[in-house]
Design a protein around this ligand. Structure first.
Ligand code: ATR
Length: 282
């Protein structure tokens, strides 16, 4: 029987066990998927010897994605670009790592806003952390020509702009996030990669006024299922994409690595996770 994990600290909030165990059941695969809370002083050892505990691989969540990246013998291009690993597996004696967030971000966008890339001249990305790097790598992969990076810390934003300068964009524009009045000149796609607007976090206060009329607004936050940002965008008649689909779609390629088949993201899976998100978690 194959066993996989999601490791984090804490990890009780993770919906990954729900998703992967749903697929194991659905496809009648003999396997198990567990949440493992591992304390910071034991994480290196765990990543380097998870097979001793009977695991063939697993997911890595906050705050260990960068540590996992450093511990791998080999990583995919997605992991190298983001310097983060969310999926681990073994190949012979080697420890391999991927970052499926890029694929998850794109699969969700393709599914919720088909044809989005046809006229996407400019994307505005809010945030300059790890999630932002994954989103920008995804947009580079699809050849979006112009990127505006919007962030509170000017230093971090400038650093990211420098880092992505070789990724093939025609234009990279850093913009300071200013509460209440940051606007997004004619962007066709706006993505929030920060935790602002998440349950228990401060709101994201921006203006959608100057977005292009055919713009798509994508929030990677999935709790609440519809953030204030998405509600406002919907009210303005813009197309919206929520973060839950990204969570589901990033899980599929990881499942395939360990259990050998590509599972489907279906409405019944989405419904199950939505129900769980509506239940308060301990
Ligand atoms: P992740 O890996 O999830 O992207 P991160 O690397 O810690 O997390 O990045 C968090 C992002 O959210 C950053 O862009 C951060 O802005 P700063 O670079 O200015 O810190 C942004 N963020 C978090 N809390 C914020 C807040 N209260 N106001 C504005 N931006 C915030």
């Amino acid at each position: 029987m194959k066993r996989a994990f999601v490791v984090g600290f804490p990890v009780s909030h993770s919906r990954s066990p729900l998703i992967h165990n749903f697929w194991l059941n659905k496809y009648e695969i003999e396997g198990e998927y567990f949440a493992k809370a591992v304390e910071p002083d034991r994480i290196n050892k765990f990543i380097n010897s998870f097979e001793v505990e009977g695991f063939c691989g697993g997911n890595v969540t906050i705050p260990y994605k960068e540590i996992a990246f450093e511990q791998c013998d080999e990583v995919t291009e997605a992991a190298r670009k983001t310097r983060a690993v969310n999926t681990l597996w073994l190949d012979g004696g080697r420890r391999l790592g991927d970052n499926t967030d890029i694929e998850g971000f794109l699969a969700n966008l393709d599914s919720e806003a088909p044809g989005w890339g046809e006229n996407c001249e400019r994307a505005a990305v809010i945030g300059a952390g790890g999630a932002s790097r994954a989103v920008i790598a995804a947009l580079a992969k699809r050849g979006v020509p112009e990127i505006t990076i919007v962030n509170r810390s000017v230093e971090r934003m400038a650093h990211l702009a420098e880092e992505i300068s070789g990724w093939g964009f025609q234009k990279i524009q850093p913009r300071r996030l200013e509460a209440g009045h940051t606007s997004f000149d004619e962007a066709n796609l706006l993505v929030n990669t920060t935790s602002l607007g998440m349950v228990g976090q401060p709101p994201l206060e921006i203006s959608l006024e100057r977005l292009s009329a055919d713009a798509i607004v994508y929030d990677i936050v999935y709790a609440p299922l519809e953030t204030d940002l998405l509600r406002e965008a919907r009210g303005r008649g813009l197309r919206i994409v929520g973060g839950l689909g990204m969570l589901l779609h990033q899980a599929a390629p990881a499942f395939e690595r360990w259990f050998g088949m590509r599972p489907e993201v279906t409405p019944d899976l989405r419904g199950l996770v939505e129900q769980d998100l509506l239940r308060p978690k301990a």
